[in-house]
Design a protein around this ligand. Structure first.
Ligand SMILES: [Fe+2]
Length: 488
């Protein structure tokens, strides 16, 4: 029978006391005694009359077996994620890394737009009561109602206050009018959200030389989607925009997050489930990203900035799979799609992928994009704002495109448009805005993962309020997203 003595006020200097009695103790025994031995325990140990006491010798005097297991767990918490093998499948066809073929010539631009149009128009071709017509045939339908699938090549307001779109498809061009009449409120609102280079289906009446629009559709995500069952009780943590090298980088907050991943803080069970960490770009602050940026740097050597990223990755528990993509501050080409960071920059053993990229994590399709084009989206979509990046991300999903406005931010015209969203993602992760935001859209979990950079002077001038140190963690099995706050 184990004797159990509760030790409310432990004697911490027990080793010297025992030494005076000619008793030596092992280091492990000393650790345990420091925590739990009181005067009663001490008396019992002396009465044993042994010259050396091991951990096993003293345990029966201090703790019950149940307590022992508890102590072991507290001292050596075993994260559940450690027990699992990672399950990641990279969709290389959706990643430009190693596949850039463009010379930036006219032919590349033509191929780029043709590829964009063909892939997006496929989502708009469906059987409707109104027949779909190519633009070359549209004049045969004067006075009739038709549906056209087009790319918006120009957008302006007429003198009468109507909205005029110039549109094109593979066969020709045409003009579409959205009447400003009072009973047309719904369509006017919708048409204001139509962006340059959007691929849309427009239904309307053909009145040569125009179409009078009645409805506009984007390719959009499917409404009904199969619910995926994830068996492994594992979690993904999403971060972005660490900005190593910047004087605004929040080192203590990032350290707190790393510590948490080691199960050394609150919500230990959740920390132990984290098997994947996704970093969605702008890991470093970079060099020369905008004029006078060097004034905001504490590390002015790009390689040293990436060394800081490597140091951080080294600190992450080794059973966690890390995925890193670049952003507009990273030292790869500025134009999107961006190839992965090479080994010359990021030396750690991580999955270094392009921007954007598509990966399946435990069977859940993840679309990961830094979010550089969020700026041009916010500037051009009424009601879009920096306060709600998640709502702007939904606009990408509707359009099935990650950078609809050509030239809104630098785009490299590859022969394939890597910014098209072919597959409906289960999780869509962006950064760039430095403000956390989450929503659900037609079965896609939308996450903007904020930042580990403090509010900059520029952001103060812009009135932009970032949310640093907030990390969304997604438990896949329970479809539960939680945000952990490391800001304090
Ligand atoms: Fe960014």
């Amino acid at each position: 029978m184990t004797e159990f003595i509760s030790a409310k006020e432990p004697i911490t200097d027990i080793a010297p006391i025992l030494a005076k009695k000619g008793i030596r103790i092992s280091l492990e025994a000393e650790e345990l005694l420091k925590k739990f031995a009181d005067e009663i325990v001490l008396e019992k140990l002396i009465a044993l009359n042994k010259p050396f006491l091991s951990k096993e010798d003293i345990e029966p005097f201090i703790i019950s077996n149940e307590m022992k297991t508890q102590i072991e767990r507290a001292n050596d918490f075993i994260p559940s994620a450690k027990e699992y093998e990672p399950k990641i499948v990279i969709n290389h066809t959706r990643d430009v890394t190693g596949k850039s073929r463009t010379k930036g010539e006219t032919e590349n631009f033509i191929n780029y737009f043709r590829n964009r149009y063909e892939r997006l128009s496929r989502f708009l071709r469906k059987s409707t009561s109104v027949p779909t017509s190519d633009l070359s045939e549209v004049k045969k339908h004067i006075g009739e109602k038709v549906r056209i699938i087009v790319l918006i090549s120009d957008k302006k307001e007429t003198k009468k206050g109507n909205l005029l779109f110039e549109v094109e498809d593979m066969t020709g061009t045409f003009k579409v009018v959205i009447s400003s009449s009072r009973d047309n409120d719904k369509l006017i609102k919708k048409s204001k959200g139509v962006l340059m280079d959007d691929v849309v289906a427009i239904t309307g009446k053909i009145l040569e030389p125009y179409m009078i629009a009645e409805d506009i559709e984007w390719p959009d995500m499917p409404i009904v989607r199969e619910k995926k069952q994830i068996d492994a009780d594992l979690a993904v943590a999403y971060i972005s925009d660490i900005h190593f090298g910047s004087r605004y980088f929040l080192e203590k907050q990032l350290d707190a997050f790393t510590n948490w991943l080691h199960c050394r803080g609150e919500s230990k069970d959740l920390a132990g489930k984290v098997k994947y960490l996704v970093i969605a770009g702008d890991s470093v602050d970079g060099i020369g990203v905008y004029p006078n940026q060097e004034k905001e740097l504490v590390v002015k050597d790009i390689y040293k900035q990436y060394e800081l990223l490597d140091d951080f990755i080294q600190e992450i528990p080794d059973y966690i799979e890390v995925i890193v993509i670049p952003g507009n501050h990273d030292a790869v080409r500025r134009g999107e799609p961006q190839p992965a960071l090479g080994k010359d920059l990021l030396k750690s053993d991580v999955l270094s992928l392009g921007n954007p990229t598509s990966v399946s994590i435990e069977g859940l399709k993840h679309l990961i994009y830094h979010g550089t084009s969020l700026d041009s989206m916010i500037a051009n979509i009424p009601e879009a704002s920096y306060m709600h990046p998640e709502k702007v991300m939904v606009e990408y999903l509707k359009r099935r495109h990650l950078s609809p406005i050509y030239g809104g931010n630098p785009i490299i015209p590859e022969n394939i448009d890597y910014m098209v969203i072919d597959d409906a993602p289960d999780v869509f992760h962006c950064g760039h805005i430095h403000r956390n935001g989450y929503t659900q859209y037609r079965g896609t979990l939308v996450i903007n993962s904020g930042t580990f950079q403090d509010r900059t002077d520029y952001q103060i001038k812009q009135g932009h309020v970032p949310t640093p140190g907030q990390v969304p963690v997604y438990e896949m099995k329970y479809n539960r997203l939680r945000t952990l706050d490391f800001s304090q």
